[in-house]
Ligand binder design. Structure first.
Ligand code: SAH
Ligand code: SF4
Length: 353
């Protein structure tokens, strides 16, 4: 048997390893040692697992090689944010952004190469869809950082990189287990956030999991006409249905709202938004538009964003204005890709303005 143990949820990997250990007639405690090396104490190659005899290391190396992601490009912002463009085995590229903030280290990961949904303000959307990531490719974005420096291990993970996670549920489902399981990275479910435009079947699947994973909904508009203008997905999953699904989610959700000058940042938008958010007890994250991904759109002014947030708070809504991190390295997801792949694949990527 051969395979990629990193593509399995820890429980399934444990079962596969137990079967291998038994089949080979190795002592049973070897199974625990092997499992630990996947996520808990990761190694770059089986040869580095010096607690295992050479014969076991050689067999694992030949039949269960440990997959890696190659760093295609890395940029460090003056505020400590680290952005990595990873090269996948088939030449595709994806991004992760590591954001330190006090005791917290948040890693923003990708779930797809590209994205099919084409939101107007998003650099990834403008690349189009390339392919789904495997569970291993999602989880390796964390593993590679830990291999590099265990002190970088994230305390929080957000699926806010490239792609729509709930359109790649089979891989995201397994990746969530790897992130959360004590035999995986052991990150608490409340510290793992899946961000979606509101893919209804995916929201139902996430809700069916027993763990308290967090859900963020990319709203970006408080009425369906404006939303349709910004997000083509509104044609398929309407605002009202997405809000209804959020209501039945059973846990408090966060709304994400990119502030775009003259599009969705008026007082009337704030009032409508307050009416939508209040019955859900939803928390609002206001994000200044990152201009790189959005030709023809401009960010709301800081004073407009402040006034918008104040108006929401006056209406009893918890609204937080997110600081734009890593501005000097184009850290809004999709932007590093657009910048470097536009040169590599001129026919496919559209450079941001
Ligand atoms: N597809 C999912 C998750 C990835 S996008 C989703 O859309 O929710 C993650 C977040 O990045 C979204 O909230 C999106 O609105 C935000 N984003 C995309 N382009 C942006 C830009 N140009 N400026 C600021 N935020 C942006
Ligand atoms: Fe896709 Fe999210 Fe970007 Fe929209 S905002 S195009 S859903 S990655």
């Amino acid at each position: 048997m051969t395979g990629n143990l990193l593509d399995l949820a820890p429980k399934a990997a444990a079962a596969a390893i137990a079967a291998l250990v038994e089949g080979q007639g190795w002592p049973r405690y070897r199974a625990t040692q092997i499992l630990r090396r996947l996520w808990v104490a990761p190694i770059a190659r089986w040869d580095d697992a010096t607690e295992l005899p050479g014969a076991i290391r050689r067999l694992l190396g030949a039949e269960y090689p440990l997959a890696r992601l190659a760093v295609a490009r890395r940029e460090v912002s003056s505020d400590g944010t680290v952005k990595t463009l990873w090269r996948l085995d088939d030449g595709e590229a994806i991004e992760s952004v590591w954001i330190p903030s006090g005791q917290r280290r948040t890693l923003c990961i990708s779930s797809q190469a590209g994205c099919a949904l084409g939101c107007r303000f998003c650099a990834t959307g403008r690349m189009g869809f390339r392919r789904d990531l495997t569970a291993a490719e999602i989880a390796l974005q964390v593993r590679e950082l830990v291999l590099d420096d265990p002190a970088r291990k994230p305390t929080n993970v957000v699926f806010m990189g490239m792609g729509e996670p709930l359109l790649n549920w089979p891989s995201v489902d397994v990746a969530l287990s790897i992130l959360n399981d004590p035999d995986g990275f052991g990150i608490g479910a409340r510290h793992i956030t899946v961000s979606t435009v509101g893919i209804l079947p995916g929201m139902a699947a996430l809700r069916a999991r027993p763990e308290q994973f967090r859900l963020a909904i990319s709203l970006h508009a408080a009425d369906d006409v404006t939303r349709l203008e910004l997000m083509p997905i509104e044609k398929k999953y309407h605002l009202a249905e997405v809000l209804a699904a959020a209501k039945t989610f059973g846990r408090r959700v966060t709304f994400e709202y990119v502030m775009i000058a003259g599009k969705n940042d008026g007082d009337r938008d704030a009032d409508r938004l307050a009416r939508l958010a209040r019955p859900l007890g939803a928390h609002l994250n206001l994000l200044p538009l990152h201009p790189g991904g959005a030709p023809g759109l401009s960010p709301s002014s800081p004073s407009r964003i402040r006034a918008f947030a104040e108006r929401l708070r006056a209406a009893g809504i918890e609204a937080v204005v997110r600081r734009s991190r890593g501005l000097d390295i184009n850290a809004a997801c999709g932007q590093l890709y657009v910048e470097s792949e536009a040169k590599r694949r001129p026919a496919r990527a559209t450079p941001a303005g």
